[in-house]
Each structure stands twice: as structure tokens, then as C-alpha cells.
Design a protein around this ligand. Structure first.
Ligand code: GZL
Length: 324
């Protein structure tokens, strides 16, 4: 009899816990304590570091509890982090996905746990709708188009182009390549004659540019299109070490808009950067607080605000005012 009673009490406790877990929907209201889990890609570039600062500082300013994980550019670390956030029952999960694929299962687990996922900075490719609630970030395809249009307007219709590609399989690398090629395809004199990944890092950007400058096509390279400023900054070092003049012998255009690149453009060692705004902390928490504190639905898309910068609109004052 005693054993039966013990078993019955144990069963009731399990049922109570599982019901509680199912009732783990967010406590909505003005005073709601908000816990956010954020899986960040890493610290591979100045852009990424600025993105982290924006999201950490804004959470602190708003009294939002942020559980932060740096994946060191490894998807398996991001998958572990998201599963940990689910287990800890956070209110919202933010994910900057290092690559575009391989997220279906973990997004389904978050959905089953009724925890909304907000993608920031990069997109994912999934087979069904509803696996994430929102994407906050840039249109990297449009950034690629902007870069190509700048080349046509400022370099002309004939040039051999070397391309430093971002992290293989990442949304920005796929999209910046797609957008750039979409525009130059109507200008046959503009040809991508070298293309290789530098993984968005300065060191690999330098290494790959050194290889480009030793290749048979080296003297045909008149333009460098780098998918981010950090790879372009590494390439500038390689160009100088090869005895060429960056910004003149080879025109340099890249994406991000980090302060170091603004300085290079001001110094004439680079030519253009297509801004990709990392400072999305305020936009992110506006969405989360709206959802948690006012019961507002999470919007599917929040666009970043950004421009194109070159020697025509970069002054010392503009450089000094850059936040990243
Ligand atoms: C772009 C972002 C890219 C930056 C790189 O949205 O994902 O990742 O262009 C960063 O600098 O590494």
C-alpha cells in the first residue's frame, strides 16, 4: 500500500512539472523580467565585435538578462547553445547563424518549447515556414548590387576583378556574390578572374590576396571586391608587400563600413565600403520588449539602415563619428 502511495505521489509531481513546463509561455506585462539567449557567431571581424557590443550594451541598458554564447564560428557550438537556452527556458532566443543550412531540427525544438527565435544578421534556409519569428539585419544581396554599381560608375566597363569571398555557406557570402554578379552580368568587360574564400578574417584575406598576386592573372587584377572590410584590410597589406599601390593599382571595394576601412579610404589606400549596420541592439530589444511587455506580435522582418561610403563622402569628421 505504502509503495503504491509513493508511486502515486511521484507521478503527480512529474505531471505537475510537465504541466508547468507547458505553461512556460512568457509572462507578458510591463514589469515582465525578460531573459534572452543569444548565440553569436564569434569575434572574427571588427563588424562582429561591434554587433556583440551593441547587443550586450543595449540589454544592460534596458535591464534585460542576456545569456551570451560565442560559437567561435562553429555551427556545432551554436546548436549546443540554442539547446541550452531551450533547456533553461529563456523567453526569446536570438541567433546569428554562421551558415545558412542545418538549423531545421533545433528550430523545431525551440518551436515545440514555445520559445520564439529571432534571427539577427544572417538568414537560414529551411523547408517550412514558422520555424523562426523574425529576421533583423541587412539585405546582403542588395549590398552586392550596390558594390557592383559603384564599380561601374567609378571604374568603368572593363576590369579584371579579384573576389575575396566570406565564410563558405554563409548567407552574406552567398548573397553578396549573387548581388554583385547579377549587376555585372550585363557588363561583359567586368570579369571576376579570381575568387576564393578568406572566411571574413583579416589574416585569411591577406593570405588569399598573396596567392592572387602570385597567380598568372596577377597583372589583370584591377579591382578587388571583398565581402567584408576585414578581408580587404588584410589584402591591402598583401598588395603593399607585393610592391603595388592599393587604391590606385588595384581599386578596393568591400562591405561592412568599419572605422578602419573609413580610415583607409580617407588615406587613399581603399576606395569604397558598402555599409552593413551591426548596431541592431536597439531594434532587437524594441521587438522583444514589444512582444514581452505589450503583447505585440513579433514582426517578420526589420530592415537595417545603411549607405555607401567613398572618398566623396568620407571626411575626418565622419571617421571620428563612426561608432564601429
Ligand atoms: C554581415 C555579417 C558579416 C560581416 C563580416 O551581415 O554577417 O559577418 O560582413 C562578419 O564582417 O564576419
Amino acid at each position: 500500500m505504502k509503495k503504491l502511495l509513493t508511486l502515486f505521489v511521484a507521478m503527480m509531481m512529474v505531471l505537475a512539472v510537465s504541466c508547468k513546463k507547458q505553461e512556460a509561455a512568457p509572462e507578458v506585462g510591463p514589469g515582465a523580467k525578460i531573459r534572452v539567449g543569444f548565440s553569436q557567431i564569434g569575434a572574427e571581424s571588427d563588424w562582429r565585435k561591434a554587433s556583440t557590443v551593441s547587443i550586450q550594451e543595449e540589454a544592460a541598458k534596458r535591464g534585460i538578462e542576456l545569456l551570451f554564447s560565442d560559437a567561435q564560428q562553429k555551427q556545432e557550438n551554436q546548436l549546443k547553445a540554442v539547446r541550452s537556452f531551450i533547456a533553461q527556458g529563456v523567453d526569446v532566443i536570438c541567433l546569428a547563424p554562421v551558415v545558412a543550412t542545418g538549423w531545421e531540427d533545433v528550430l523545431k525544438e525551440a518551436k515545440a518549447a514555445k520559445i520564439p527565435v529571432i534571427l539577427i544578421d544572417r538568414k537560414v534556409t529551411v523547408s517550412e515556414d514558422g520555424l523562426y519569428s523574425c529576421y533583423i539585419g541587412s539585405d546582403c544581396t542588395e549590398e552586392g548590387r550596390k558594390a557592383a554599381r559603384w564599380v561601374i560608375e567609378n571604374v568603368g566597363e572593363n576590369a579584371g576583378i579579384a573576389e575575396l569571398v566570406g565564410t563558405v555557406g554563409s548567407g552574406p557570402a552567398i548573397e553578396r556574390k549573387k548581388g554583385f554578379e547579377e549587376i555585372i552580368k550585363d557588363h561583359p568587360g567586368l570579369k571576376i578572374i579570381k575568387s576564393q574564400s578568406g572566411d571574413f578574417t583579416r589574416s585569411q584575406g591577406k593570405e588569399v590576396m598573396e596567392q592572387f598576386l602570385k597567380s598568372p592573372e596577377k597583372d589583370q587584377i584591377k579591382v578587388l571586391y571583398a565581402h567584408n572590410d576585414d578581408m580587404a584590410l588584410g589584402a591591402i597589406q598583401a598588395i603593399e608587400e607585393a610592391g603595388k599601390v592599393p587604391g590606385k593599382d588595384i581599386v578596393i571595394i568591400s562591405c561592412d563600413g568599419v572605422k578602419e576601412m573609413f580610415k583607409m579610404i580617407l588615406a587613399g589606400k581603399a576606395n569604397c565600403t558598402v555599409e552593413c549596420n551591426p548596431m541592431i541592439g536597439p531594434q532587437l530589444y524594441d521587438v522583444i520588449e514589444g512582444y514581452m511587455r505589450e503583447g505585440k506580435p513579433i514582426p517578420e522582418r526589420v530592415e537595417s539602415i545603411e549607405g555607401v561610403f567613398d572618398s566623396k563622402n568620407i571626411t575626418q569628421e565622419v571617421v571620428d563619428g563612426r561608432r564601429y
